[in-house]
Design a protein around this ligand. Sequence first.
Ligand SMILES: *Cc1c(COP(=O)(O)O)cnc(C)c1O
Ligand SMILES: [Zn+2]
Length: 499
Amino acid sequence: MQPEDFPEDIRGHILPKPGGDLRYDCLKCGGSFPPDALHYVCPECGGLLLVNDHAEDRLRERPGPFWRRLFDYRLMANVQALRGVFCYHELLAPNIPLEDVVYLGEAHTPAVRAPEALEREVEAPFYVKLDGLNPSASFKDRGMAAALSFVKHLIRVQGKSGVMAVCASTGDTSAAAALYSASLGGAVKAAVLLPKGYVTPQQLSQPLGAGAGVFELPGVFDDCMKVVEKLSEAYEVVLLNSKNPWRVLGQESYAFETAQQFDWETGDLMLFVPVGNAGNITAVLGGLLKLYRARVIERLPRVTAVQSERANPVFRYYASPPEGRTYRPVKVRPSVAQAAMIGDPVSFPRLARLAAEYEEARGPGSFQAVEVTEQAIMDSMILANRSGLTVCTQGGESLAGLRAALAGGLIAKGETAVLDSTAHALKFMEFQNAYFRGELSADYGVASRTENMNAPRGLELKGVTLPAQGKALSPEESRIFTEAAAGEIAAALGLSPKA
Ligand SMILES: *Cc1c(COP(=O)(O)O)cnc(C)c1O
Ligand SMILES: [Zn+2]
């Protein structure tokens, strides 16, 4: 639809104009800095930053129904820059003009009601938001769309050139960083640092395919992160890790969309989010709070962070009563939820801040954390994928989190769960296939359940001439081969002949 085709009260608002008063706010010293440069940490004290709109109150000048109507209509606007995370321009990064918006098909991923058989098995109604359907097959595209839009904006208004973007990654950040950088046609080059042996072949192929510099480092993600931080301190680079607060803004779109997909009725939802570096959970909480402050939603949902017991610093922190909480990084052990295998989450201070604000707004227990076993993660991923979904191991972790919450009585009757399936199943097929081969026990302590296992089957086809590369069967040989193969498959499947 074209802007002139919208109802009169909406028409003038479909194309947002730059606005707001965005500032980098330091969580440590309270300093505040204008958005005329890229900062990853506070220029004064080195603390962690969030970008906030200091003119956010202007959104309250219009009632909630206005915003709901506007965002709903905007979904129909045939404007590339509004098709992705910037559909929520006023809430997200209103300082960035539409002409600078980078859009590669991200966002507006479906929230799919779990198929009936799966709900029966889990014994609860729930939805799965398939964020693996983003262009690089994970939610990280949401953050990169915002971060690279801001970079593009700075390039245009400040004439920057020769930008080198870097990130450390458990696989998906680098895929997204490489993809979005590549779209800027040489203005931005990307280099990514990966822990050797801890990303899947699919994830490794993505930045390679997008033409980024790819460095494999010994150690785990936390080690790569330290090197990238050193690079960003000492050299002229654009840091694309979630330390970059613009990424957090883009990832808030997950919260906006989820609310919209439930017609802005969020009070009885419980969102499950797998947590690694804690960027995503920060964005989800921050996004929901924004919607609430602007009265776009009237009631906040509850939110549950999910971690593997092998990488669980956030769970450990929230397992203690509020008075007794101290944050301690953990040493991770190999986890099938490899994209969340992080022992010292960079965004922890942001999470602690926003979780406290969240509980203030929605009451005690509105934010909680659960931990799950590797076995539960794998079994849940396989169950979901055998039920018509396409979830990755981290999506399996979300489902395992829902099951843990149900078992522990942490979800109330009448609450509907929304699980974040953060990446596409295909990125993490290695784990599924290793499970099917029974090879996950030594490193991950996961036993393969025989009823879940699956493997390709061959055919015997004794005494039949077989097709082979470069050799055509005669018509008679072909007829015999086809008949024999069909016969064996029918026998294996127990098919009954047509009457
Ligand atoms: C990055 C990632 C996570 C963890 O998100 P954080 O923001 O690091 O907490 C979970 N799942 C997938 C698939 C990811 O790529
Ligand atoms: Zn500071």
